[in-house]
Design a protein around this ligand. Structure first.
Ligand code: ASP
Ligand code: MG
Length: 418
């Protein structure tokens, strides 16, 4: 069995969904489990809807816009249809129901209940369309399979329970139709409500299914020809990396390369399941493979993360930054879920670069304030270069102010302004 993942861009409109159908057809009769994201930029839109809801403002126009986007795609795919729309309307009713509850202040919880609707809408529509045009498939709810703790917005997978559920649900569905359609990014938490696995978490969902089902391979279908050494929007001379070992890809995703969600690769590496990144525009072309292979390239890879905040923290009692301070500070970062992208300490200060949102940082800083003074630089950029060269460094730092810099044998990182 193989696992496929289609991200938002690959299902953003009717032609994209027809293209998905044709890709699936070329693989038939291979047994496939297909993980699908919300359509296009729906997740961002759902985040806007959530914000409106939490502010107590009217959500009806946004719900209408969301639904119209899906109705239009369905109509373009199946002009005569009425039953597909009824299915979407069931989800609409559920969403409207959720939005009538007054907001209880638990943002992360509300996020998961509302934002997860994007994936439910997309997979419902696509599964229905495929069945209607003769591509038989079974729609399964990821919420009945992926089981997590109650860390809303970043559910930690309970592997024992998830394995039990996936093994109970997927094989019969595969036996029935050979093709399973399910959602990425979402699951159920142990409080019996929907949960999400973190932005861009669909890749990780695909890896979870592949691991449990012992898939022969995973393919992530994307709008790029494969893994690139840099974002082509920023680096027009970006090149494709044909093969790359798991460990190198893990490093790249750890530093924020947006190609693959960082949690995706570990489970696959563990079972030696290769991951392919392929272009959905050119499915016949060979993409990139991440797997058991030697590191064959040392061309520099560039990872650029914007909208970072550089926080510099000083103990108020002028003590040195040492184990006690650090363990307290790390405790707070963990508690407020502030992910650190780069850090450095001097005798009297500790600096971290993070992309956590402002509200989260503010809550954490309030807590630190008694014992520490905190300075910020907002809207800075973190650039990581793997396999750096003098030219590569020159290229990213020229004309910019370097606020922080860190070097290891293979990697150099800069926090930059300008
Ligand atoms: N739809 C979710 C997101 O955009 C999950 C994903 O696409 O991987 O973050
Ligand atoms: Mg996506």
């Amino acid at each position: 069995m193989q696992v496929f993942k289609f991200g938002g861009a690959s299902v953003k409109d009717a032609p994209a969904i027809r293209n998905l159908a044709s890709i699936l057809q070329t693989y038939s009769p291979e047994e496939l489990l297909v993980v699908i994201s919300a359509m296009g930029k729906t997740t961002n839109f759902m985040e806007r809807l959530l914000k409106t809801y939490t502010l107590g403002e009217g959500t009806a126009p946004l719900v209408e816009e969301l639904m119209q986007y899906h109705y239009d795609i369905l109509h373009e795919l199946l002009p005569e249809d009425i039953n597909g729309k009824k299915r979407l309307d069931l989800l609409r009713t559920e969403l409207e129901q959720l939005l009538t509850h007054p907001y209880n202040g638990d943002y992360d919880f509300a996020y998961d209940q509302i934002v997860s609707m994007g994936e439910l809408l997309s997979t419902t529509l696509i599964s229905y369309y495929l069945n209607t045009v003769g591509i038989r498939n079974t729609w399964l709810s990821a919420c009945e399979m992926i089981f997590t703790d109650t860390t809303h917005r970043e559910g930690k997978v309970n592997w024992t329970e998830t394995t039990r559920r996936v093994q109970a649900m997927v094989p019969p569905a595969i036996a029935a139709s050979g093709l399973v359609i399910t959602q990425g990014f979402i699951g159920q938490s142990s409080d019996q409500h929907r949960v999400t696995l973190g932005r861009e978490g669909s890749d990780y969902s695909a890896a979870i299914f592949a691991f449990i089902l012992n898939a022969t391979r995973v393919t992530i279908w994307k709008d790029v020809p494969g893994l690139l050494n840099a974002d082509p929007k920023r680096f027009p001379d970006a090149v494709k990396i044909d093969r790359i070992p798991y460990q190198e890809a893990i490093e790249l995703s750890y530093y924020g390369a947006s190609v693959i969600h960082p949690k995706t690769l570990k489970p696959l590496q563990n079972k030696h399941i290769p991951l392919f990144v392929q272009s959905f525009y050119h499915p016949e072309e060979e993409g990139s493979m991440i797997g058991d292979c030697p590191l064959s390239t040392d061309i520099p890879s560039y990872i650029v993360k914007e909208h970072q905040t550089l926080m510099t923290i000083f103990p108020r009692d002028f003590s040195f930054v040492a184990e006690e301070n650090l363990s307290e500070l790390f405790g707070l970062f963990a508690q407020y879920r502030i992910r650190i992208n780069m850090m450095q300490n001097s005798a009297v200060s500790f600096s971290v670069c993070t992309d956590a949102d402002r509200d989260r940082i503010q809550l954490c800083v309030n807590e630190m304030h008694k014992k520490y003074k905190v300075k910020y630089n907002e809207q800075v950029t973190l650039v990581t270069i793997r396999h750096y060269t003098p030219e590569a460094i020159q290229r990213v730092t020229e004309g910019r102010t370097i606020l922080m810099r860190q070097t290891s044998r293979t990697t150099i990182q800069f926090v930059l302004r300008g």
